[in-house]
Design a binder for this molecule. Structure first.
Ligand SMILES: NC(=O)c1ccc[n+]([C@@H]2O[C@H](COP(=O)([O-])OP(=O)(O)OC[C@H]3O[C@@H](n4cnc5c(N)ncnc54)[C@H](OP(=O)(O)O)[C@@H]3O)[C@@H](O)[C@H]2O)c1
Length: 320
């Protein structure tokens, strides 16, 4: 089978497509023929080995795990003898972490991993990136920021994968939503539910006179220092982007500044969030925004686009 790998840190050109043996599922695993997989900001950070302190986990001089891709959607081709919850031909989606990657033709996943039956109402392309933007942002909004009905949330970086998911989920949770993005994405962000949109290139939301219960800096482009003057007394500043600053702030100011690595949460907690997301998708309440798709052979181009920092929504690799 074809698979994307990287043997050293660097630019997108370090990625190679290799032929390797199709994996065999362990007794508790499913073998999935991948129809679509995601390419995310986390993948590019692993490829670059950045931030550098991340190399303590990823491998100091070169990546310990050379495979790429975490999100996937596909069809179960075979199952291990202990598998009871899924069967051959099931269409499933989800994510794998620290194992074989999903930018590949096949992957093995444990049946109690972060996976679910794909709703029939969405395509494999729409399902593959759900565990990036939607799962991460839902984890933040529900379990980190404890967003409540009627609260005002500001989402910085509202046009990215996490941001567009957060706009839709915050609306579903009954919040008033301000989305910060650039002029070309204002209409998109508004169409997905933002009540107010701010063009970050024209105005500074922290000087506009509005106050927020929650500020979700989805792209790590602002700071608690810049935002604290527009947070209500019990307001929360949270970001999925790990920097030394947010790590330090979240240690000294645990009630106000929060970071979380969603992938490190317990699989059973993530599965619960995923099942709630599946219900929303079945009801047609959420949309996966995909602006670009690539073939596996063109994955280097997908990474180049991600590196530009101007990705809108999600990027998906489609297998034929
Ligand atoms: N902690 C976790 O568990 C976790 C999980 C998943 C992802 N993440 C992290 O989450 C971050 C966000 O990922 P993503 O895929 O949503 O987005 P992304 O690809 O990092 O960002 C793309 C978007 O950011 C916008 N943007 C760029 N500069 C901006 C600025 N100064 N102000 C506002 N918007 C700006 C761009 O819009 P323009 O083109 O208009 O500038 C573009 O639409 C990444 O750093 C990723 O590593 C963390």
């Amino acid at each position: 089978m074809k698979s994307a790998i990287y043997k050293k840190y660097g630019t997108p050109e370090v990625i190679q497509i290799i032929e390797k043996e199709k994996p065999t599922p362990k007794p508790n695993e499913l073998l999935v023929r991948i129809k679509a997989s995601s390419v995310t900001r986390a993948d590019t950070m692993m490829r670059q080995g950045k931030p550098k302190f991340g190399r303590l986990f990823l491998g100091i001089f070169k990546p310990k795990n050379t495979s790429l891709g975490t999100g996937f959607s596909g069809i179960v081709e075979s199952v291990g003898e202990e598998v009871t919850k899924f069967k051959i031909s099931d269409e499933i989606f989800g994510e794998v972490l620290f194992t074989d990657g999903t930018n590949s033709e096949y992957v093995c996943v444990p049946e109690d991993g972060v996976i679910a039956i794909k709703p029939k109402t969405i395509s494999h392309q729409e399902a593959a990136p759900i565990c990036d933007g939607f799962l991460t942002s839902y984890s933040f909004l529900r379990d980190v920021g404890h967003l409540k009905e009627g609260q005002h949330i500001l989402i910085n970086g509202a046009s990215g994968s996490l941001g567009l998911a957060a706009v839709q989920l915050s609306k579903l949770m009954g919040a008033k939503v301000t989305g910060v993005c650039s002029a070309s994405n204002l209409n998109l962000v508004k169409s997905l539910g933002a009540d107010i949109v701010v063009d970050y290139k024209k105005s500074d939301f922290s000087k506009a006179g509005d106050y927020y219960d929650v500020i979700y800096d989805a792209v790590g482009k602002t700071s608690y220092k810049n935002c604290k003057k527009v947070l209500y007394y019990n307001g929360i500043f949270m970001s999925p982007v790990l920097t030394v600053n947010i790590l330090w702030r979240s240690i000294i100011s645990t009630k106000k500044v929060k970071f979380s690595a969603t992938g490190m949460r317990k699989s059973k907690d993530l599965k619960k969030l995923l099942s709630e997301l599946v219900a929303f998708f079945k009801e047609g309440k959420l949309n996966t925004v995909i602006k670009r798709t690539y073939s596996l052979d063109n994955i280097i181009e997908a990474h180049k686009h991600l590196d530009s920092g101007h990705k809108i929504g999600n990027i998906v690799i489609t297998n034929h």
